[in-house]
Design a protein around this ligand. Structure first.
Ligand code: ZN
Ligand code: ZN
Length: 301
C-alpha cells in the first residue's frame, strides 16, 4: 500500500488540472502508486504465514528471515534491461531462494484526494509495470487500494471513461459558475438584453456597472448604511425626541473613520465603548428618576 503523504490542491479547478496532468502526462514526477490487488493479496498471505510461524517457531522464523525473504536491490539506471517507461530509481531486482527477477516500474500518474475528503490517497493512480520473468507490460490502475492490472485494451477503456468523467465534471463546473441562483441568472439575462439593445452597448454596460457600484453595500462593516465608495462609515441612528420637538435631544450611532477604530457618536461627542457604557448608566439612572417623578405626581401630594 502507498504510504505517500501529499499536499492536496484546494479547488475543483486544481483537481481537474491534476486529473488532466495525470491523463495526458505520464511523466509527471510522482512517488510510486499503490500495488495491484493481486500483489496486495499475495503480500497479505505472506504476512499472515510469517506471523503464524513467528509465534509458533521462533527459531525457525529467525532462520527463514535470513534465507527466504526476497532481497530487493535497486537496479542501476544505466542497466540495459530497462523499458523506455522506467522511472529513475524505481526498478528493483528481487532474489528468492530459487529465482531472481527484476520489477520495472514507471512513475505513477496520480489523482490526489481533494481537500476535505478523508483518506491520504491518491484517489486514483496508474502506472506501468513489467516483470523480467513474464511477458508483456501491465497497466496498473488503482483506486484507493483497490487495483487491477489491465492490458492495453482495458487501459484504453479506462482512459475513455476518465475522459468522459472529466468532460462531465467540466460541464458541471461551468454550470456552477454561471448560475448562482435562478433569480440572478434571469436578472443577468434581462441586463444583457438591455445592454445589447442600446445604441451604444459599451456605454450602456459602463453605465450599468457604475450604477451597481454606487449601490454596493459597505464591505468593511455589516452595520454600515453607506453605499458605494466611502471612507467614513456610519450605522443607523438611535434617537429620542420630545413630543412635538423638532430635533432629538439625545442620539447615538456607530461610526468609523478612515484608518481609525470604531467609535460611538453620542450627541456631539465620539465615545469609546467604555465611555458609551458610562453614558448609558447615567441615562438609566435618569429614566429611573423620571419614573419616580411620575409616581410622585400620581400620588398627588
Ligand atoms: Zn526498469
Ligand atoms: Zn461603510
Amino acid at each position: 500500500m502507498s504510504t505517500t503523504v501529499q499536499t492536496f490542491p484546494a479547488s475543483l479547478g486544481e483537481v481537474l488540472a491534476s486529473a488532466d496532468a495525470a491523463v495526458t502526462n505520464p511523466d509527471v514526477t510522482r512517488t510510486r502508486a499503490n500495488i495491484t490487488v493481486g500483489q496486495a493479496l499475495e503480500a497479505e498471505e505472506r504476512e499472515a504465514v510469517r506471523r503464524s510461524v513467528d509465534a509458533q517457531f521462533p527459531v525457525v522464523s529467525a532462520f527463514l528471515a535470513d534465507s527466504e525473504r526476497p532481497a530487493a536491490h535497486p537496479v542501476s539506471d544505466d542497466d540495459t534491461g530497462h523499458f523506455p517507461f522506467c522511472a529513475p530509481g524505481l526498478c528493483v531486482e528481487r532474489r528468492t531462494a530459487d529465482s531472481t527477477f527484476t520489477e520495472h516500474s514507471s512513475a505513477p500518474a496520480t489523482l490526489p484526494v481533494p481537500a476535505g475528503m478523508s483518506g491520504t490517497g491518491p484517489l486514483l493512480s496508474a502506472e506501468l509495470y513489467a516483470n523480467s520473468e513474464s511477458v508483456g507490460v501491465s497497466f496498473g490502475f488503482d483506486a484507493g487500494g483497490e487495483g487491477v492490472a489491465l492490458d492495453s485494451a482495458g487501459a484504453a477503456r479506462v482512459i475513455e471513461s476518465v475522459a468522459d468523467f472529466l468532460e462531465h465534471m467540466r460541464a458541471l463546473h461551468a454550470q456552477m459558475l454561471e448560475g448562482a441562483s435562478p433569480k440572478l441568472t434571469a436578472w443577468v439575462r434581462d441586463l444583457e438584453a438591455y445592454v445589447e439593445g442600446e445604441a451604444d452597448p459599451r456605454a450602456a454596460y459602463a453605465e450599468v456597472a457604475d450604477a451597481i457600484h454606487a449601490k454596493r453595500r459597505c464591505q468593511a462593516y455589516a452595520w454600515c448604511i453607506e453605499r458605494g465608495e466611502h471612507d467614513d462609515h456610519q450605522g443607523v441612528a438611535l434617537e429620542v425626541t420630545v413630543p412635538g420637538g423638532e430635533s432629538p435631544y439625545v442620539n447615538a450611532r456607530l461610526l468609523a473613520f478612515e484608518k481609525r477604530s470604531e467609535v460611538i457618536g453620542f450627541c456631539e461627542s465620539d465615545l469609546t465603548p467604555g465611555q458609551a457604557r458610562q453614558e448609558a448608566a447615567k441615562l438609566r439612572e435618569f429614566a429611573d428618576r423620571l419614573e419616580g417623578l411620575a409616581a410622585v405626581a400620581e400620588a398627588g401630594r
